[in-house]
Structures are given as structure tokens and as C-alpha cells.
Design a protein around this ligand. Structure first.
Ligand code: FMN
Length: 191
């Protein structure tokens, strides 16, 4: 699949058919993550590839407890959509600035990490789309894990690391179609 076609067909899919993506497909998607721009602030980022059903259920349940009313209002009952694979990124969000960077604020460094994670997830979704693997970005569980240290540990987040971003992967019967760019979301100035 060409890059433009993958970009047009990329979509957050929330219905999975129970089929589990192959190890080679998961590895290819992780490789796409590693092709994204990386800077020193993201060095050491940890990737948990979670397929343990009990853990997936516990993560979902915790996020549903936290986001309950909001999910209800959106007509959604779960947060991981019964996907067979959950990929969770965690990393260090510094409290103190490293030597030579004292002129910045910690939030500048945090933004730098999240910015890089955007590229990582985008690469992964595009690769997944091209391989016929469905995916959805998941913020609910990430936010929940900040308040659930035991669950964060079970999810493989190293000591001192914060949850950063995540996505589910699985196979679906969703029929992908090329979509038009969302130009209405942006204001462009040519200066
Ligand atoms: C930062 C971010 C966080 C998101 N978190 C969630 C989430 O927690 N659960 C979910 O179902 N979708 C989540 N999404 C997916 C968006 O709902 C989806 O990208 C948006 O509706 C546009 O649809 P599309 O990705 O299919 O184009 C998230 C997307 C972004 C960019």
C-alpha cells in the first residue's frame, strides 16, 4: 500500500473480530514505531506489548470506573474494545532539567516527549493499516494508570516512568475506504 493510501484509509477502529494479529505483524508495527523521529528525551521509552487477557480486562475495568459517566454519554461501554493486543508506551517525564537546559521549564521537556510519541503512534497506525491490522489510539487507560500504581506495575511500566500513550491492535471486518482530509480542523496562513 502506498503511503498516501495508508494515510487516507487510516482510521481508529473499535470493533475487533477476535482474530489475533501475527507476531510478524506486531513486530512490523513496532519497527514502524522505531522509525519515528527520536530525540534524547525519549531515549529509554518502554513499550509494553500486552496480550494477557486478565490484565487487559483489569486495565479496561479501571478505565471504565474512572471514565464511567463520560463513556456512558458517548454510548461506549469499554475502553480497550476487546482488542487482543494493547501497546502501552511509558517514559521518564523529568522533574528537574538536565545540565545545560536550565533555561527551559520541565513542561517543555514533557511536550517534547509527547510530540515524539505522536509521530510514533502515527507511524504505527499507518503500518498497521497497510498490513490489514486495525487499531485505535487509547488515552483513557493512560490517564487511569497515573492513579493506579499497582496496575501500572503489572502493565510493565518501569519504576519512575509515567504512562505516555497507547493503542490497541487487532483484526476487524471493518471496510477501509479512502477518506478526504479534514481541512476544516485547520487554519493555514501562508506568510
Ligand atoms: C490524543 C488522542 C487520544 C485519543 N484517545 C482515544 C481514546 O481514549 N479512546 C478512543 O476510543 N479513541 C481515542 N482517540 C481516537 C480519536 O477518537 C479519533 O482519532 C478521532 O475520533 C478521529 O477518528 P480517526 O482517527 O478514525 O480519524 C484518541 C485520539 C487522539 C489523537
Amino acid at each position: 500500500m502506498e503511503l498516501l493510501e495508508a494515510m487516507q484509509k487510516r482510521k481508529c477502529v473499535r470493533q475487533f473480530n477476535g482474530e489475533i494479529p501475527g507476531k510478524d505483524e506486531i513486530e512490523a508495527i513496532l519497527e514502524a514505531a522505531c522509525l519515528a523521529p527520536a530525540v534524547f528525551t525519549t531515549k529509554g521509552v518502554h513499550i509494553s506489548v500486552i496480550t494477557d487477557k486478565k490484565l487487559l480486562g483489569d486495565l479496561d475495568a479501571a478505565a471504565v470506573r474512572k471514565f464511567g459517566k463520560t463513556l456512558e454519554s458517548m454510548g461506549v461501554t469499554n475502553t480497550l474494545y476487546d482488542a487482543p493486543v494493547y501497546i502501552l508506551f511509558s517514559g521518564r517525564l523529568v522533574e528537574e532539567l538536565p545540565p545545560g537546559y536550565e533555561f527551559l521549564k520541565p513542561e517543555n521537556m514533557h511536550r517534547n516527549v509527547y510530540w515524539a510519541m505522536g509521530s510514533v503512534l502515527q507511524n504505527m497506525q499507518l503500518r498497521a493499516t497497510s498490513l490489514g491490522v486495525s487499531s485505535c489510539l487509547v488515552n483513557t487507560v493512560v490517564v487511569t494508570l497515573f492513579d493506579e500504581p499497582e496496575l501500572a506495575k503489572r502493565a510493565g511500566i518501569p519504576q519512575g516512568y509515567s504512562p505516555l500513550c497507547s493503542m490497541v491492535l487487532g483484526k476487524s471486518d471493518f471496510k477501509y475506504e479512502r477518506r478526504a482530509p479534514k481541512k476544516e480542523h485547520y487554519q493555514i496562513s501562508y506568510i
